[in-house]
Design a protein around this ligand. Structure first.
Ligand code: ADP
Ligand code: MG
Ligand code: MG
Length: 897
């Protein structure tokens, strides 16, 4: 490790390249050695060697093994021990370690170098027979499962038998003789399963272990994990050969793992678990109940102080929260690994903010360290506190455990990963995966599950780590939970829960409930998030507006930081029960006066809607889009009407009083009229039919009514003392003449209202750009519009000529899975096509009107990649749904940095 500079020089010295060559574990072991953190001597076989080995179908690259033997000789010199020596044997571990951390996904073998002779020698040297045979049986067990593929359960069963024969509960209580017996039993298992004796030659052991670690890069768990984390498959793993230090050497020895800050909440306090008289893998495996690191402070204050100091040093060195492995051998502390720690979204935000405040990183770095997905987490469901209280009062609170990964999860209990995956993926069920503990083989089930519950394990257990990384709510270490995998049920106290029953997990509080509890999206924002987003606001150039159709959404969006409404869809207002009849009447009317009456009745409703929005936005711009969908969408469907008519006609046949006949005839008459109108409104391609501005041109009374409502509301709120900035948006224009003709009429109405009210309002008229022709003629459009807004949902449909509703459920899936389209163009802006149109449009428009306000109100406005594009081409703002506003604030800042 101390010669890392040579390796670094060979790849140009860039730290990322060093990591790629040596793997994260190897690079950091070398780095820690360099900054004089105590690390046992060792060396790294590169990822390049691994890739060459795998590519050649299993042959070490030329000269590699000689170099390994040379390096082993170096370790011998440094330690004064010799590999295979009967008096003072050197033991090493053979550890996987890829460029990106994949905790527990690949293999490691400890205690290499032990055989019957060296074991005897080590007993003489240490006088500790128990320790030696504990190490020896571990070697055979790990070697057996990693190198020779013997199922671990075979060894575990032998251990179980040994414990019950000895009448003890834990491995720690086994005697030297027990362990000696186990070692022999393990050797027999090894021979039985492989037909070969366990290899005693240390160099042979090392060689076989190295090959096994290389191969573990392509093991199923590793491949699954890489697929889930989008890690490339061609990186390969390095192999680290590290001199063994022994956490199982007696009472003054222990092993542990720790995070330099709390990985769940982000609090700046070391947290971790340790086990006395044990070896590393015991801690994460959840075999024994671990001790909390705080106990070490009392038991070994000096060691703890040294550990704390190293932890701080590592944080300062890496400028990042660290996840470390350490071992104490007879009162001496050794660090065995450091890497940046996995954390929840909540912790990520708090750590970034606190590190910036402490001057460890800059504010810009803090902004760049938090991902938009992590911000999104804050807007995800949590349990409704009232629903939770009701459930608890009803006795549904079953148990408490460790709250290792926050959030609420509700699902059906599944006791194994395969079932969890099948229920979730194939049957679309919500599942909670319940296990005594989880192993790397369980990851596919954990990913498919809503949440994870285990009866064993600590804060740094496998289950906790994976859950945090993938944002799955999890509760672990619920010791009252007794799981019977055979009977497929679990009991907590006197409650029995069967596989397939509903449970609810509160990962934030660490609680387990029976049944289903309602979830809500949290309203209150985290103080660190508020701070971070405040910093982001100072960095971004894009405005963040919101799409809101009612005052509640508008208010919510404002609390999330929205700076305007970029899209209010007026038609949503019509669908309300009290208004729909008037709209029907308007659509059905044959005479202008009837139409007038219906519209007059609708006006006050719309006026109230707009007044509410203006009040909620208090001085911020509000863009209202005039009616957009084709009118038939407001009428019952043809199928429903025909069905009703048939029904009425049957009832007419059986009507027994004149009165009934009369009403039925009347109803039939009305329905027939509606059906006729539906038929007359029928279009083969309604998406491309009479809608948007075309509707406004066809029925100008409708849009003028809307404009009147907007201006009456604006005048009213202005008179109340509020500031109002209405912007009226004309949808679906493709020709400048459409815009001109519609705007002329509407502007007259606006002026009329303001004259009537005796007040001047600051307003704008603009148009949506959602048809390629509009984008291409933007210089003409810009002469008659005071603002543009890209409706990228329609613009994507019209540019691709794809109907979204049909395609997303159909051929688009295939297009994406086969790579015909790299991404769903309805989720992320297609830069080459739709994006190019947008850029061109903006260029043309701004050549006529350099200050033209131009935003985007399609769903892309909430997508971080699309937001980056909007920033690039110089849009004024993005307008997304209220829940995406915080995400957009961060993404816009990241785009600007
Ligand atoms: P993983 O990547 O799965 O954590 P590691 O290679 O880190 O695998 O090793 C597994 C466990 O063995 C860890 O707890 C580690 O600290 C411990 N370990 C590895 N090498 C040594 C060593 N030389 N001495 C003592 N413990 C070790
Ligand atoms: Mg490790
Ligand atoms: Mg549209």
């Amino acid at each position: 490790f101390s010669e890392v500079d040579q390796a670094a020089a060979s790849v140009g010295g860039e730290w990322e390249n060093v990591r790629a060559l040596l793997g994260g574990k190897g690079a950091n072991l070398a780095d820690m050695t360099r900054i004089e953190v105590p690390v046992p001597p060792g060396f790294t076989i590169t990822t390049r060697a691994c890739n060459a080995y795998l590519a050649s179908g299993g042959i070490f690259p030329e000269g590699m093994w000689d170099q390994v033997l040379q390096a082993v000789a170096g370790l011998e010199k440094e330690s004064g021990k010799r590999f295979g020596d009967r008096q003072n044997p050197l033991l090493v571990s053979c550890r996987s370690g890829a460029r990106f951390s994949m905790p527990g996904m690949m293999d490691t073998v400890l205690n290499i170098g032990l055989n019957d002779d060296t074991a005897r020698g080590l007993v003489q040297l240490t006088g500790n027979e128990r320790f030696v045979y504990d190490s020896y049986r571990r070697l055979i067990q790990m070697f057996g499962s990693v190198v020779s593929g013997i199922p671990d359960a075979v060894f575990e069963r032998q251990m179980d038998e040994c414990r019950s024969r000895a009448g003890v509960d834990t491995d720690a209580e086994l005697s030297a003789d027990d362990l000696k017996g186990l070692t022999d039993a393990f050797k027999r298992i090894y021979r039985r399963h492989t037909t070969f004796p366990f290899p005693g030659e240390p160099r042979e052991q090392l060689k076989m272990a190295t090959e096994a670690v290389f191969k573990s890069w392509n093991g199923k768990r590793a491949v699954d994990y890489r697929n889930a984390s989008a890690i490339p498959h061609d990186l390969g793993t390095a192999v680290n050969i590290v001199t063994m230090v022994f956490g199982n050497a007696g009472a003054g020895s222990l092993t542990g793992v720790a995070l330099t800050r709390n990985g769940t909440t982000g609090e700046n306090r070391i947290e971790g678990d340790f086990l006395k008289n044990a070896q590393g893998e015991d801690v994460v495996a959840g075999i024994r109940q671990t001790n909390d690191l705080s106990e070490l402070k009392d038991e070994m204050p000096d060691i703890y102080a040294q550990f704390e100091q190293i932890a701080r040093r590592l944080e300062t060195h890496y400028r990042e929260m660290q996840d470390v492995e350490f071992t104490v051998e007879n009162g001496r502390l050794w660090m065995l690994q450091t890497r940046s720690g996995k954390r929840t979204a909540r912790a990520a935000v708090r750590i970034a903010v606190e590190m910036a405040e402490a001057g460890l990183i800059t504010r810009e770095e803090a902004i760049l360290r938090v991902t938009p997905e992590q911000v999104d987490f804050f807007l995800h469901p949590q349990f409704d506190s009232q629903a939770k209280a009701v459930a608890a009062a009803g006795g549904a609170l079953l148990a408490r455990g460790l709250n290792v990964s926050p959030g609420a999860a509700v699902g059906l209990v599944a006791f194994d990963a395969d079932l969890a995956e099948m229920w979730a993926r194939e049957e679309g069920k919500a599942v909670i995966m319940v296990r005594p503990e989880t192993k790397p083989d369980d990851v596919h089930g954990m990913l498919a599950a809503q949440g994870i519950l285990t009866s064993r394990g600590g804060r740094t257990s496998h289950a906790a780590l994976v859950a945090r990384q993938f944002g799955k709510p999890a509760v672990v270490g619920v010791s009252e939970l007794k799981i019977d995998l055979g009977k497929r049920l679990m009991t907590i106290g006197d409650t029995t829960i069967k596989e397939g029953d509903w449970i609810s997990l509160d990962g934030t509080a660490g609680e387990v409930y029976s049944g289903k509890i309602d979830t809500i999206v949290p309203d209150i924002m985290d103080p660190w998030l508020i701070k971070l987003l405040g910093w982001a606001d100072g960095c971004r150039r894009l405005g963040i507006w919101t799409n809101a159709d009612n005052p509640d959404d508008a208010r919510r969006a404002r609390t999330y930081g929205a700076e305007g409404i970029g899209l209010c869809r007026t038609e949503h207002m019509f669908f309300e029960a009290r208004r729909l009849p008037f709209l029907h009447k308007m659509i059905m009317s044959d005479l202008p006066v009837e139409r007038r009456e219906a519209l007059d009745a609708l006006l006050p409703f719309q006026r109230e809607d707009f007044a509410g929005l203006f009040r909620a936005m208090d001085g911020l711009p509000v863009i209202t889009r005039l009616i957009d969908p084709p009118l038939h969408e407001f009428l019952p469907s043809h199928v429903d009407l025909s069905h009703d008519l048939t029904d009425l006609k049957i009832r007419l046949k059986h009507a027994d009083t004149l009165e009934k006949v009369d009403t039925l005839l009347q109803q039939i008459n009305e329905k027939t009229k509606v059906l006729k109108r539906v038929e007359s409104l029928h279009e083969s391609n309604p998406m491309l039919g009479l809608r948007g501005v075309r509707l406004g041109i066809q029925i100008p009374e409708l849009t003028t009514m809307q404009v009147r409502a907007i201006f009456e509301a604006a005048c009213m709120v202005a008179k109340e003392g509020g500031a109002v900035h209405p912007e009226i948006m004309i949808p679906l224009t493709s020709h400048v003449n459409e815009l001109k003709s519609q705007r002329d009429i509407l502007e007259v109405e606006a002026q009329t209202v303001m004259a009537e009210q005796g007040i001047e309002i600051d307003y704008k008229f603009g148009t949506m750009i959602e048809i390629p022709r509009a984008a291409l003629t933007a210089h003409q459009m810009a002469e008659h519009a005071q603002f543009f807004s890209f409706g990228t949902n329609d613009l994507t449909q019209t540019t691709f000529g794809i109907s979204r509703d049909d395609a997303e459920a159909g051929f688009l899936i295939r297009y994406m899975s086969t790579g015909i389209l790299p991404e769903n163009p309805f989720a992320t802006i297609d830069r080459d096509g739709v994006g190019q149109l947008m850029a061109l449009c903006l260029e043309k428009a701004r050549s006529v009107n350099p200050d033209l306000e131009c935003g985007i109100c399609g769903e892309h406005a909430g997508d971080p990649q699309s937001i980056a594009f909007c920033h690039q081409i110089g849009l004024t703002y993005v307008s997304c749904s209220p829940y995406r506003v915080p995400v957009a604030r961060l993404a816009a800042a990241q785009a600007a940095l």
